[in-house]
Ligand binder design. Structure first.
Ligand code: BGC
Length: 715
């Protein structure tokens, strides 16, 4: 049943008429760090919220940022959003949402604060791991089923965040983003639009930063004009914690619930000052009524008043299975010369596992996305569990974030590598560092703290892309004694690999990959699972190659200028002919796929314009595998500057060894459009468009073109 059918607008109006101003206002602000206040007199419960995208966060008291510390809030730990995006699997995104929603309800929550769907603009943003991709189409395709999965059967609301242009952590509480309107419409808003219009998210969280001179929470253009009027959002707008700075401005702009990081709940902008503002006539009570209407609507959508409300469950075995499914498909085989992988376990009597990340748990870090995981299988545990007693697995730390004897660690690792049949190095980044100061839920770090930072964490951006703690030297020294040592990077964003990439035959990218991340990695390394992950972000060779750094600014000062405009990620690398280390969409398999016989047809008789690309895909190898086929579009004769290629379709296809399938990818006129600032409309200009079908943004296997007879303009 469509949840909107559950909503009895008349009843809502009746409740509103019975509420006093004080009671209404109590529903509009935090009265605990993660809850609002209800109205007992009318049986309206508080709304209970919890972070975040990778699982349901530990329980906090109402008035302290120290978790309660009970033993009943261990949960399923899901792969991070970048990992999920690397699967390019819309069904898995749906499953991830279902798990999260069920667990949130199981923990008694009403709103789960995720998914994070901001664009990955620079490799340095500390929260990239919580976000999905540099490409709005890929994010939209995954966020929509994710949100549906959360909300569909769980009587719980998703809360997509952070609306909008929250693409860095440095000065995140006040930075002003300068971005042009076309870029905003083409890159930074489409995933939010899809989350609202297709995903039907019941709530949305405004970002801390400013846009066009106003904080996002005070921003009538964002909230009223775009979100509510243009996209028809009828749900609840929640502030990020502490993102409201002015009662009247925020109330009128359309904020519904103010959450904050401090405990003086009555003093919040949407508490006593809101009552005062109404009493003084600065805000009409109808403005408050609209907030209550939205809040009550959300409550009906999640069945909050019903005895039959779903109860939800957490820590179910099937939830853990889903995390494993996602982890398996998220791991990206970046390079595999001489088919070093998969490792043949029968030939390996001694295996050296090197690197601190082999033996580090990450679930309990990262800021608000931290999870109290029921368990976490590290890479080392996964490998040992997979191999069992026939193989001797020995571990050497190799590097360490602790101030340690670097040379000694490297020497130990090299000695171990020398005497082992095979070597796996597991390095990368982590969520926590010793010098981090966590204040009030990891609020922010100001730019003037000139400390080198390497962490994938809320509140912090990285200061460069370098691999920390002498890992470059470690990797090179191990490769000197075993040129087939497998290098695995575990991180939420690309790191610089140029120091050793040419020496390494085999490189694998894994992520903060949930509680079964180590199991999945072992299965990939030993060939139980054929890798099928593809990069959802470009891996540049050097930081300076990436557009936010080359053309735009990052992290800026008081303002940050997005001068690179629409040329974010592969849109820049392809158009400006800059060779990345590994391109967007890249990911190898243990088998090979052949693409042939592309036929493209276009039908302009229908309103949306039907475009169909049909081709044959064959698994030409000896093992089963999955390929994500990608369709990119180029406007060959545009009157405005356009990227050389833009992703407009994809499909993840599973093929048995030798199997052939006919694949059809459909596009419509939106796939060809750019946003015209003059007309305030999406625009398709008649003429030629090239269609590219490939295995990555650079590995194009087939191409063709279409000719449009007419031009189109639409909202
Ligand atoms: C983060 C949000 C999070 C909230 C509550 C904020 O600092 O930006 O993503 O949901 O805290 O923990």
């Amino acid at each position: 049943m469509d949840k909107n059918e559950l909503i009895d607008e008349e009843k809502i109006e009746k409740i509103i008429s019975e509420l006093t101003l004080k009671e209404k206002v109590a529903m509009c602000h935090g009265n605990g760090l993660f809850r609002t206040e209800g109205v007992k007199r009318l049986n309206i419960p508080p709304i209970k919220m919890s972070d975040g995208p990778m699982g349901v966060r530990a329980e906090f008291p109402d008035d302290s940022w120290m978790p309660i510390g009970n033993s009943d809030d261990y949960v399923t730990y899901l792969p991070c959003n970048t990992a999920l995006a690397s699967t390019w699997n819309v069904n898995l995104a749906h499953e991830a949402g279902r798990v999260l929603g069920n667990e949130a309800r199981g923990r008694g929550k009403d709103i789960i604060l995720g998914p994070g769907i901001n664009i990955v603009r620079s490799p340095l943003c500390g929260r990239n791991f919580e976000y999905m991709s540099e490409d709005p189409y890929l994010i939209s395709k995954l966020a929509v089923p994710f949100i549906k999965g959360v909300q569909e059967n769980n009587d719980v609301a998703a809360c997509v965040k952070h609306f909008a242009v929250n693409n860095q952590e440095t000065e995140r509480l006040k930075i002003e983003v300068e971005v042009d309107e076309r870029t905003l419409k083409e890159l930074y808003l489409p995933a939010f639009e899809a989350a609202v219009k297709e995903g039907n998210t019941y709530s949305i969280m405004t970002a801390y930063n400013k846009l066009f001179g106003y904080y996002c929470s005070h921003n009538e253009y964002l909230i009223k004009e775009i979100l509510e009027d243009e996209w028809g959002f009828d749900g609840v707008v929640v502030s990020d914690w502490g993102a409201i700075h002015d009662t009247v401005e925020a109330a009128i702009a359309g904020m519904d619930i103010e959450m904050n990081v401090t405990y003086n709940f009555d003093e919040y902008f949407f508490a006593k000052p809101l009552i005062k503002a109404v009493e003084e006539g600065k805000i009409s009570e109808e403005v408050i009524n609209d907030k209550i209407r939205r809040i009550l609507r959300l409550m009906y959508k999640i069945n909050i008043f019903s005895d039959d409300r779903k109860s939800g469950r957490y820590n179910l075995p099937k939830h853990r299975e889903k995390t494993l499914d996602i982890a398996r498909e998220s791991i990206v085989l970046l390079k595999n010369e001489n088919n070093v992988l998969p490792l043949k376990d029968s030939k390996i009597k001694t295996l050296a596992v090197i690197g601190e990340n082999a033996n580090t748990m990450h679930s309990n870090g990262g800021g608000s996305a931290e999870i109290k995981a029921l368990y976490e299988v590290t890479p080392l545990l996964g490998i040992k569990t997979r191999l069992g007693g026939q193989t001797e697995v020995k571990y050497a730390k190799g590097y360490s974030a602790d101030k340690s004897e670097k040379e000694k660690l490297i020497e130990e690792a090299v000695e171990l590598a020398k005497i082992s049949d095979a070597v796996v190095i597991i390095g990368g980044l982590k969520h926590t560092a010793e010098d981090m100061e966590l204040e009030n839920n990891a609020l922010t770090v100001s730019k003037d703290k000139e400390i080198k930072r390497y962490v994938d964490s809320e509140g912090y951006d990285k200061t460069d892309m370098d691999l920390p703690y002498n890992q470059d030297e470690l990797i090179n020294r191990v490769l000197e004694v075993n040129k087939n040592a497998v290098v695995v990077m575990l991180s939420g964003a690309p790191v610089k690999m140029t120091e050793w990439i040419d020496n390494a035959a085999t490189v694998v990218q894994t992520w903060y990959n949930g509680m079964e991340g180590g199991t999945a990695l072992a299965e990939i390394l030993f060939g139980d699972v054929n890798p099928s992950g593809k990069l959802p972000v470009t891996f540049p060779r050097e930081l300076e190659d990436s557009p936010a750094h080359k053309i735009g600014e990052f992290p800026g000062g008081e303002k940050v200028k997005y001068t690179e405009g629409i040329f974010v990620g592969y849109r820049y690398f392809s158009t400006y002919d800059v060779k990345p280390l590994f391109c967007f969409g890249h990911g190898l398999s243990y088998t090979n796929f052949k693409y042939e016989d592309l036929k493209i047809s276009v039908n302009e008789e229908v309103a949306d314009v039907d475009i169909s690309a049909v081709f044959k895909l064959t698994n030409t190898g000896h093992i089963d595998g999955a390929e994500t086929v990608q369709v990119y579009v180029k406007d060959a004769e545009a009157s405005v500057e356009r990227p050389k290629i833009e992703l407009k379709g994809f499909d993840k296809v599973y093929l048995k060894a030798g199997e052939i399938k006919e694949i059809e990818i459909k596009l419509d006129k939106k796939a060809l459009a750019f946003y015209s600032v003059e007309d305030k409309k999406w625009t398709v200009e008649r003429g030629t468009f090239e269609i590219f079908v490939g295995s990555s943004s650079e590995d194009i296997r087939l191409n063709g073109e279409i000719n449009l007879e007419s031009s189109y303009k639409f909202k």
